[in-house]
Ligand binder design. Structure first.
Ligand SMILES: C[S@@+](CC[C@H](N)C(=O)[O-])C[C@H]1O[C@@H](n2cnc3c(N)ncnc32)[C@H](O)[C@@H]1O
Length: 274
């Protein structure tokens, strides 16, 4: 399954497309900022707006060393480093995302504060109890072994540390329409319900602090995005469609339909290591 996931996310020309998009807004690697990269490098429903709200609940500070699991090309990691002053370590399975993310960190002067590693979230190359907090945005949909994943996160966190999850979760038995942004076909999708996340987290040694279904936020976000697109002449130079390649329009419209019909929903879970 892992090779299929890496193949699904590998773009081939991600860095070049980001540079093209930056040029269209008059920016270069020497002048672009973390906020200007936000529309392209936050690969989850609601983008930076969702991160601001979700990460804002984790009470991070400059004293924290934070783990971003399945960091993609590091948009949320750079946001956390620049907004809260935290040191951030990210890990992601897809080599192209990690190398692209490392370039973006250099461009915005964050490569000392944000380290991105290639690797598998179910076997991370870090010592026990070395992180003050962890988060994961839109990653669990690709990881069938959630018990293994949460056991690994539990091992890496200090006692009492917070773990935030923002994933697309299964909310009905009805089959999904594919492709979606995280999978071309069902073989690479490993959805679970909010109840399954909660029970697996509890069995892995976490206490659940809060769960929040973000379906309404997602519908509102999609409607606002559609209105903006209708007013302009097509997709913006920098947008999340870039990471999804040529099939971005069909992946996005299938995801909107899967959410609108109640098959899946983006859900947040905030837990503490016991
Ligand atoms: C939809 S993207 C989200 C990326 C990032 N969290 C964000 O919100 O911008 C899902 C990411 O999960 C990564 N991923 C999937 N399975 C993984 C695994 N077993 N270990 C680490 N990363 C994984 C993929 O490579 C991809 O970058």
């Amino acid at each position: 399954m892992k090779d299929g996931i890496t193949a699904h996310y590998t773009h081939g020309q991600l860095l070049e497309r980001i540079i093209d998009g930056m040029a269209a807004i008059g920016k270069t690697p020497g002048t672009v900022t973390v906020d200007e990269l936000g529309p392209v490098d936050e690969f989850h429903i609601g983008g930076r707006e969702a991160s601001e709200d979700f990460i804002g609940q984790l009470q991070l500070s400059a004293k924290d060393h934070v783990l971003d699991i399945g960091c993609g090309f590091g948009g949320t990691a750079r946001f956390v480093a620049s907004r809260f002053g935290s040191r951030v370590t990210g890990i992601d399975l897809t080599p192209e995302f990690v190398s692209t993310g490392q370039c973006l960190c250099e461009w915005v002067g964050l490569s000392r504060q944000v380290e991105l590693h290639q690797g598998d979230a179910t076997a991370m190359p870090f010592p026990d109890e070395c992180f003050d907090a962890a988060f994961m945005l839109h990653v669990g949909m690709n990881i069938a072994d959630k018990a293994g994943l949460f056991a690994e996160v539990h091992r890496l966190l200090k006692p009492g540390a917070v773990f935030g999850v923002y994933d697309v979760m299964q909310t009905s038995e009805e089959p999904l329409v594919y492709p979606v942004p995280w999978a071309t076909a069902p073989e690479n999708s490993a959805l679970a319900s909010p109840g399954q996340y909660v029970s697996t987290l509890e069995r892995s040694g976490f206490e659940i602090i809060k769960t929040r279904d973000r379906r309404e936020f997602a519908s509102d976000f999609f409607s606002r995005t559609r209105r903006t697109l209708e007013k302009s002449s097509g997709a913006p130079p920098l947008g999340v469609h870039i990471a999804m390649g040529h099939s971005a329009p069909v992946k996005i419209s299938n995801m909107v339909e899967n959410i609108a019909t109640g098959r899946v929903s983006p859900v947040e879970i905030i837990a503490n290591k016991q």
